[in-house]
Design a protein around this ligand. Structure first.
Ligand SMILES: [Fe+2]
Length: 356
């Protein structure tokens, strides 16, 4: 399981568990050396090569992914936009996807998918008007209270896994990943929902890869926000393009760790360039407020609330102060990283999936 994020499936720009080395923060641009510019040129060529190699492939190598990430920073996101444009399915996406979909989902869901796609494109997020069934919530919640979770951070005595006790949390976050969750029927139901996959396909611009499923408790108890639990503003970058679906499994209000974001900041805007280019990883609320006055949004809702984000936007999980929060995540991406599709993708969709 990946760490250091409010969304543990992501390799955030502030993570230390990125599968490849991440450049250290560059706090003083004047100190940039010739070798730094040499690296930029190298990244640029690898970025171009990466586009060619990944255009028709569902996989991306770590080398190209690192180049994509570095170029994203250097160009303030423009190279990521260019990649999306160049690799977009040549067919009209709406025609390609939603006509297919109309055979398997109701017309209401087709309309909802269209609505979600345009909202994500414009604002970077969408909150669904309906919630998941209480049976699904109960199955996931029961599992989370009875199985050992990965502790983040681990305890001072070295303990790495423990069953979550809501009355006496021992650390900030209790994580469950692909291996823990893939056998649960609720996870299969949510992962296979055509509505989610079709929205991911429409937004990403190609058949999406399911790169991770995650669930985690964010616990009350800290006095200060945790960087390890992604409680400072950051953006994610783990694939050329991606989309994350979240389901609150507990009621979430301003005191129980809501997702916070800056709507619209998933675009290559000027306001975020000061943080994006130097790879700032722990951005204070006051800095975000000064760059995006009045834009800060806390996403609250009852258990079962479904949302979808392009977590390229500035976002964080607010530190809970009164109630623990349980959340489930589906993580769809444009590619798998490495030489094969993620096990969770094959496990959920089988070997006969159109990507395989
Ligand atoms: Fe994140």
């Amino acid at each position: 399981m990946n760490k250091n994020s409010d969304h543990p499936s992501s390799f955030d720009n502030n993570t230390t568990s990125f599968p490849i080395d991440v450049d250290e923060n560059i706090e003083n641009p004047k100190a940039l050396s010739i070798s730094h510019y040499r690296n930029i040129i190298k990244d640029f060529f690898n970025y171009l090569l990466g586009i060619i190699k990944t255009r028709k492939s569902h996989l991306i190598s770590v080398k190209y992914l690192l180049a994509f990430k570095n170029m994203h920073r250097f160009s303030n996101g423009l190279t990521t936009d260019l990649f999306s444009f160049l690799t977009k399915n040549k067919k009209s996406q709406d025609k390609y996807i939603f006509n297919d979909l109309s055979n398997v989902v109701s017309s209401n869901e087709v309309n909802l998918a269209k609505q979600a796609k345009s909202a994500i494109k414009k604002d970077g997020y969408f909150v669904f008007p309906h919630r998941i069934d209480s049976e699904l919530i109960e199955e996931l919640k029961t599992f989370s209270l009875n199985q050992p979770a990965e502790l983040c951070p681990k305890l001072t005595d070295g303990t790495t896994h423990q069953v979550f006790n809501p009355d006496a949390p021992q650390t900030n976050r209790y994580n469950f990943g692909d291996a823990d969750l893939s056998g649960l029927s609720a996870v299969k139901t949510l992962s296979r929902a055509y509505l989610f996959r079709s929205i991911a396909e429409a937004y990403i611009g190609r058949p999406p890869v399911l790169s991770a499923v995650n669930m985690w408790w964010t616990a009350v108890g800290s006095e200060t926000p945790s960087s390890a639990a992604a409680q400072y503003f950051h953006y994610d970058y783990s694939h050329p393009k991606w989309l994350k679906f979240f389901v609150y499994l507990t009621d979430v209000n301003t005191n129980s760790g809501p997702h916070c974001l800056i709507p619209g900041s998933h675009k290559s805007d000027k306001m975020g360039a000061a943080f994006r280019k130097p790879n700032r990883s722990r951005i204070k609320d006051s800095e975000i407020e000064s760059a995006y006055p009045g834009k800060y949004l806390e996403l609250c809702g009852p258990a079962g609330t479904i949302s979808v984000f392009d977590t390229r936007c500035w976002h964080k999980g607010k530190m809970p102060t009164l109630n623990n929060r349980l959340i489930f995540e589906l993580y769809f991406t444009s590619h798998g990283v490495g030489d094969k599709l993620p096990d969770i993708h094959t496990s959920i969709f089988g070997n006969n999936d159109k990507l395989a």
